[in-house]
Ligand binder design. Structure first.
Ligand SMILES: Cc1cc2nc3c(=O)[nH]c(=O)nc-3n(C[C@H](O)[C@H](O)[C@H](O)COP(=O)(O)OP(=O)(O)OC[C@H]3O[C@@H](n4cnc5c(N)ncnc54)[C@H](O)[C@@H]3O)c2cc1C
Length: 502
């Protein structure tokens, strides 16, 4: 089947969803839900998947974009979790999304705040992480091993580091997805290609073991979707639909720094947080020239908002910590934007049967839980392990289904890239980059840049093939222009014009 998602397909699939009985209804289209829709559809099951808003509307678009090998879990003795992360990273790098996920280098500056013993322990950790890479089968050419750098070499990679007192650096590598929201879009489209109905702007109002009451948020119409089994993959909102699942969300804030705020940065940075032995702030240069800096970890009190705010206290904290490693402190003027996301940490689970996952440290490991009404909830975990979460959820929901195929199933765009494709397009569209380019060739007006090198053609592509239904979908999820308010305002007319190409 065709992988293209658009308003016309949504309309006719919505009509069918209200009349058929599907094998699996998935609620929530973040990485976990889109992954579950793909896992189930690729096993030959009929699938409907709904999201109250858009693909990647929730936590999945607010991540640090690390596809990590689980080093920090290794450090705390959770070898199983670290191993699972390394295996999933390998699948993404080698088989499922090699166009979207690649190795990225990180420099940890050895400042006077990092004692020699700590530096030695960190290097041992990196080497253990590299051993996991080998065991998972990831070749060194895709993910190089760690090394020690001289101060001069560290400054060549990150010229804004404070040279005074710098005795060198540790260089490590980990996976990174070019854009977390794009990964979700690729998952949803691949699921659609296997026959799943992907229905955005459809809010589940109530779940039962045999379906859900759903409201079309565009028309206000309510209807039932009937299903043989239901998977709740609504992340931090899971408890609103399945009250027996109790979450304790934690807010993580990132800054978006203006291009050039940290000079010509050729690697990410792990900046030691003064007074903490094993916590680091991250500086994450992006392919579009922006630099993200994160990450806070604050418990959220009260109701879960649709879009969390990044408070000024988080901004000030991050500026201060990152500034400790730099020769010029950062100021508020270096901050072009900020975003916050909520980690779906499992607090306590009041259900009789855990259908998978261990109860120990559920906040790190994912949990698959069956509530008394038969709904299977999958929650916790992380972006990196979405595929395993999805597999476990479908195994629990559909015990008689054939085995999961997703560990080696390439996502849309993962095919060979024709030589000569522009690098930026190849990194975001993979084997589809030529089709995007053909749009510009057919209509040169579409070659006009909108922001960050993104052309009007990419917006039109998103409307026709990636399920973008409004300007917010285009600016905030199919592209990330919207992370900087003034860029968003400038690009809004182009986004609105692109919607006419539906
Ligand atoms: C700040 C931060 C940084 C992170 N960094 C990383 C990282 O670098 N690497 C990593 O591997 N992981 C990272 N994570 C973890 C990772 O982002 C999350 O674990 C993961 O994205 C959760 O995905 P999900 O699909 O379970 O939930 P979500 O992405 O939140 O998806 C849930 C979806 O459910 C929908 N929904 C809610 N209610 C309803 C309803 N009633 N009806 C229909 N739909 C509904 C929402 O609209 C949403 O789209 C980070 C998390 C945070 C917060």
């Amino acid at each position: 089947m065709n992988s293209s998602l658009n308003a016309a397909r949504r309309r006719w699939e919505l009509d069918e969803a209200g009349t058929d009985v599907v094998d699996v209804l998935v609620v929530g289209l973040g990485a976990t839900g889109a992954g579950a829709a793909l896992d189930a559809a690729s096993r030959g099951l009929s699938v409907a998947a709904v999201d109250a808003h858009d693909l990647a509307f929730g936590s999945s678009r607010w991540s640090s974009k690390l596809i990590h090998g689980g080093l920090r879990y290794l450090a705390s003795g959770q070898v199983g979790v670290a191993w699972e992360s390394a295996v999933e990273r390998d699948a993404l790098l080698r088989f499922t999304a090699p166009h979207l996920v690649a190795a990225h280098p990180y420099v940890l500056p050895l400042t006077p705040d990092v004692p020699r013993a700590q530096a030695a322990a960190l290097m041992t950790g990196y080497r253990l992480g590299d051993a996991l890479r080998v065991a998972a089968g990831t070749p060194r050419r895709l993910l190089p091993g760690p090394s020690r750098l001289s101060a001069g070499r560290a400054l060549a990679l990150a010229p804004s580091l404070r040279a005074d007192g710098l005795r060198g650096a540790l260089l490590s590598w980990d996976g990174r997805v070019v854009d977390d929201a794009r990964l979700v879009v690729a998952l949803a489209r691949t699921a659609a290609a296997h026959g799943a109905r992907i229905l955005t702007r459809c809010r589940a109002l109530a779940l039962a073991g045999d379906g859900a009451r759903v409201r079309d948020e565009l028309t206000g119409d309510e209807f039932d979707i009937r299903a043989r089994t239901v998977i709740n993959a609504t992340g931090v909102w899971a408890g609103e639909l399945t009250p027996s699942v109790v979450l304790r969300p934690s807010r993580g804030t990132h800054l978006v720094l203006r291009p050039g705020a940290l000079g010509a940065l050729r690697a990410g940075l792990h900046v030691p947080i003064p007074g903490e032995r094993a916590r680091f702030a991250l500086v994450l240069p992006q392919a579009d020239g922006r630099v993200y800096a994160g990450l806070t970890d604050e418990p959220l009190d009260g109701p879960v908002p649709d879009v969390p705010e990044a408070p000024e206290s988080d901004v000030a904290f991050l500026l201060e910590v990152i500034g400790t490693a730099l020769d010029r402190p950062l100021s508020r003027a270096d901050v072009a934007g900020a975003f916050a996301g909520l980690r779906p940490l499992v607090d306590a689970v009041d259900v009789p049967e855990a259908a998978g996952g261990r109860t120990a440290d559920l906040s790190r490991r994912h949990a698959v839980l069956r509530s008394p009404d038969g709904v299977v909830t999958v929650v916790g975990g992380k972006l990196t392990t979405y595929r395993r979460m999805a597999e476990d959820a479908v195994d629990a929901a559909c015990p008689d289904a054939r085995a999961s195929r997703t560990a080696r199933l390439p996502l849309v765009g993962a095919g060979p890239v024709r030589p000569g494709a522009p690098g930026r397009l190849a990194r975001r569209y993979g084997s589809e980059s030529w089709a995007v380019r053909d749009l510009m060739r057919a209509d040169p007006a579409l070659a006009e840049p909108v922001a960050l090198g993104i052309t009007r053609a990419e917006l039109v592509w998103a409307v026709r093939h990636e399920g973008a239904l409004d300007a917010g979908d285009l600016l905030d999820r199919r592209t990330r222009i919207g992370l900087v308010p003034e860029d968003r305002a400038a690009a809004l007319p182009a986004a609105e014009a692109a919607l006419a190409y539906a």
